[in-house]
Design a protein around this ligand. Structure first.
Ligand SMILES: NC(=O)c1ccc[n+]([C@@H]2O[C@H](COP(=O)([O-])OP(=O)(O)OC[C@H]3O[C@@H](n4cnc5c(N)ncnc54)[C@H](OP(=O)(O)O)[C@@H]3O)[C@@H](O)[C@H]2O)c1
Length: 285
């Protein structure tokens, strides 16, 4: 949102807050869209959006026969594709490898672990609190989940990772950064791959130094950041797998729904404090 260097343009003042939306067409002057069509787009934080629908990619019609509309903002939308991309294009695991993901109960992390399991990997999550960890293992089917809040220092978190990953870590999907990344790096195997998706621990500002960069060399690691919107060519393949898995009930997800536009700022701030459980949505109307 702010003016610091980023991959996204900063939020302009006095403009509608940007945000992905799903909704229903209430009026149309475009032959491709009819009143009642369910659509996904970037409508922003407002109850109605007027868009130039002939512009490619602005508005996408979606089929809600087997997939709930809201899932197109989560597992069958941008967050799902994000998990899919990091897993298949950066980590590219072999069956039997151990993969770790931070913010494991969230919109992206929950998909990552389930896709990893489906490829025969050991999936280990990190999440904040016993309730989220129980959900990650019991409902999402991860092999283990570490409550990082119980391990506030590097030594303790690294030991917990050693227990959960007895064969070491081959791939890591980073959503958080800081202490979690440092602890994971200590447990990586040679030729480990780290997909850097997010650094939520620093979204409120400040530096997030890496404790042990020499490990990149020692373990011949690949560390690659990515932005999912720069890989639109792969979205159809990802969405096919994700849509099929959600429609058949194989890919599970959870949502936290705030009611009304006025609740959006608080819901957004809640993401940075872990108050959401699964994909944070705001029901506008
Ligand atoms: N690169 C891309 O193209 C791309 C695309 C989409 C999303 N992302 C990134 O992916 C990450 C996950 O996004 P999401 O939408 O799936 O969010 P989410 O995981 O549903 O929600 C955010 C979660 O992050 C955790 N968290 C927040 N502050 C933290 C902190 N200081 N330390 C540790 N954990 C913290 C909390 O979970 P706990 O309670 O478990 O701590 C919170 O629930 C974010 O970093 C996001 O920016 C990147």
């Amino acid at each position: 949102m702010d003016e610091s260097k980023s991959y996204a343009a900063s939020q302009a003042l006095d403009e509608v807050m940007i945000g992905g939306t799903v909704g229903e067409v209430v009026a149309s002057e475009n032959a491709h869209f009819a009143v009642g069509d369910k659509v996904v787009g970037q409508g922003g934080w407002q109850e109605y959006a007027v868009v130039e629908a002939s512009q490619r990619g602005v508005l996408q019609k979606v089929d809600t026969t087997h997939i709930p509309l809201s899932a197109y903002l989560g597992s069958v939308g941008m967050p799902g594709v994000t998990a899919w991309y990091g897993l298949t294009q950066i980590i590219a695991p072999k069956a039997g490898e151990t993969l770790v993901v931070s913010a494991a109960s969230g919109a992206v992390g929950s998909v990552f672990g389930q896709l990893a399991k489906a490829r025969g990997c050991r999936a280990v999550g990190l999440a904040g609190g016993p309730e989220k960890c129980a959900y990650v293992v019991e409902e999402l089917g991860f092999d283990a989940c570490i409550d990082y809040k119980q391990h506030p220092d590097l030594k303790s978190l690294s030991r917990a990772l050693k227990e959960a990953c007895p064969e070491g870590i081959d791939g890591h999907f980073e959503n958080v950064g800081g202490l979690i990344l440092d602890a994971v790096m200590l447990r990586t195997n040679a030729f480990a791959r780290i997909a850097v998706c997010g650094m939520i621990a620093r979204y409120n500002g400040g530096a997030l130094p890496m404790a042990n960069p020499a490990l990149i060399l020692v373990n011949r690691m690949k560390i690659e950041g990515f932005i999912v919107s720069e890989h639109m060519g792969l979205w159809p393949e990802a969405l096919k797998e994700l849509g099929t898995a959600v429609a058949s009930g194989k890919l599970k997800y959870r949502e936290t729904v705030a009611q009304g536009l006025a609740s959006a700022p608080e819901a957004f701030i809640g993401l940075l404090k872990g108050r959401n459980f699964g994909k944070q949505l705001v029901k506008l109307i």
